[in-house]
Structure formats: structure tokens, C-alpha cells
Write a protein that binds this ligand. Structure first.
Ligand code: FMN
Length: 233
């Protein structure tokens, strides 16, 4: 029951819920599942269908250690070239020392919303083999692999009723130094994870970000039926 002063009911606002088998959600109108429109995404399965990147997070929400581990497990079990697993995830829980390291290096555009998320995973790729005995056999595809592991993490988050928003707008050099990143690795992105917050609790500019239409290039642009000049009609 919702009493006065409590947040109004919204499927993905408040405590995360485990969506489990989301096949029954497929018949639900999209605006019940998500706030942002997803034109063209209607034929996707969950959790792909309701994934998007909100910027308004509930800054009172925290994740348990088990939930954070579960998100990391999704990345851990992503495929990688030669099973090299060329990734490192720096866990930056809100209020932690790593969070304090991250926040000062955020770009102006990201500093308004990223700190409110429950946790941020800062991703790094092992791109140089180096002389270490445990150096991965393959590193040519490290960027591809980390991107894929990140995608798995975001979809695991969605299936746990959480939202995520990846970002690259931060001072990579300064944060790499503060995190003690070795020269064999390159810092790539942050993945902010949490639950949606009340738009009224953030500044107008941040709230307006979540009202922006989501658009995509058409299949004729991103796919080819033959050679490069033959679009997928
Ligand atoms: C590598 C990468 C870097 C990104 N950098 C930023 C960023 O610095 N700030 C931001 O607000 N969003 C950032 N995004 C989020 C994208 O803007 C967002 O995913 C895109 O607009 C599509 O929206 P959707 O995720 O809601 O489908 C980034 C996403 C990726 C994958």
C-alpha cells in the first residue's frame, strides 16, 4: 500500500524487483515497461526490450554485495577471444573510496547524474600483452570483449529490475592514475547502475535528459545485403 509521501507506484522505480520470466510482460504496453519510447524495439525479447539509459537515479538506493557480485558474474561469463577475459571492473559504490576517486573526474555533463547511481563499474581493457607470465594470449580483441562483457552486465541489471547507463565522459588519464592502472591496460567507460529516481528530485536539465526521444539508424544503414554498397533493403 502506498501512503502519503511515498513514491507513486512505478514498475521500475523503487526497490529492484526480480523480473524472472518476463515473457508475460511482452504483451504489456511499452509505456508501462519503460519511460522512454523505444520505436522499433517491440519485437525484442526481455531484458533487451526494456533496456535504456536513464539519467535520474534514486540516490538512496543501495545494492547488496550479492547483487553486485551477480552483475559482475554476468560480465565474468561473457565470451572473449581465446577466453582471454581481458577485463577489469573497478567497483565504485556510492559513498566508497573508489566513488570518491571517480566523481571529481566526471565531465560536466555526467557530474549531475552519475554520482546518484547506486554503483558505477569503471571498465578497463587489457590491451598490451606485456611480459607478465599471466599475460593473455590474445589481446587484439580486448576492446570488443570488454564491450560485450559490459553489455552482459547491463542486461543482467535489467533482468534484476535495475537500470544502467554507460558513459565515457570523464578524465581517463587522471582516473587511471588514481586507480593505479598499469600501462598494459586502458580505461574505457563507466557503467552506472541503480533504480530510477523521482525526476522532481533532480535539476530540470537532468530530468529533461530522460524525456529525450530515443532514435536509431535504420537497418538499411547498419546492415548490408551484399558488399558495402548494398544496403539491407
Ligand atoms: C561507450 C559509450 C559511451 C557513452 N558515453 C556517455 C556519456 O559520457 N554520457 C552520457 O550521458 N551517456 C553516454 N552514453 C550513453 C549513450 O548516450 C546511450 O546509450 C545512447 O544515447 C542510446 O541510448 P539508450 O542506451 O537509452 O538506448 C554512452 C554509451 C556508450 C556505449
Amino acid at each position: 500500500m502506498v501512503s502519503h509521501g511515498e513514491r507513486p507506484a512505478h514498475p521500475f522505480v523503487g526497490s529492484p524487483r526480480i523480473l524472472g520470466d518476463m515473457s508475460s510482460d511482452l504483451d504489456a504496453p511499452l509505456d508501462v515497461l519503460v519511460r522512454a519510447p523505444q520505436p522499433g524495439a517491440e519485437d525484442l525479447s526481455e531484458p533487451l526490450r526494456s533496456r535504456w539509459s536513464p539519467s535520474v537515479y534514486d540516490d538512496a538506493h543501495t545494492l547488496t554485495r550479492a547483487e553486485i557480485d551477480q552483475l559482475l558474474h554476468a560480465a565474468q561469463w561473457a565470451p572473449s577471444a581465446g577466453n582471454s577475459q581481458p577485463w577489469v571492473f573497478f567497483v565504485c559504490e556510492r559513498g566508497s573510496a573508489n566513488h570518491d576517486r571517480l566523481v571529481p573526474h566526471l565531465s560536466r555533463g555526467n557530474s549531475g547524474w552519475v554520482p546518484r547511481a547506486s554503483v558505477v563499474f569503471v571498465t578497463a581493457a587489457h590491451v598490451l600483452t606485456g611480459n607478465d607470465a599471466d599475460a593473455p594470449a590474445y589481446s587484439d580483441y580486448a576492446l570488443y570483449d570488454v564491450g560485450q562483457a559490459a553489455a552482459h552486465l547491463t542486461l543482467q541489471a535489467r533482468s534484476m529490475g535495475l537500470h544502467s547507463h554507460q558513459f565515457a565522459g570523464f578524465d581517463h588519464e587522471a582516473l587511471a592514475a588514481d586507480l593505479g592502472l598499469p600501462a598494459t591496460h586502458v580505461l574505457l567507460t563507466g557503467i552506472a547502475v541503480g533504480v530510477q529516481g523521482d525526476p522532481a528530485s533532480v535539476d530540470e536539465r537532468t530530468a529533461a535528459r530522460d524525456e529525450r526521444p530515443r532514435e536509431r539508424r535504420g537497418l538499411d544503414e547498419i546492415a548490408r545485403a551484399g558488399t558495402f554498397l548494398e544496403p539491407w533493403a
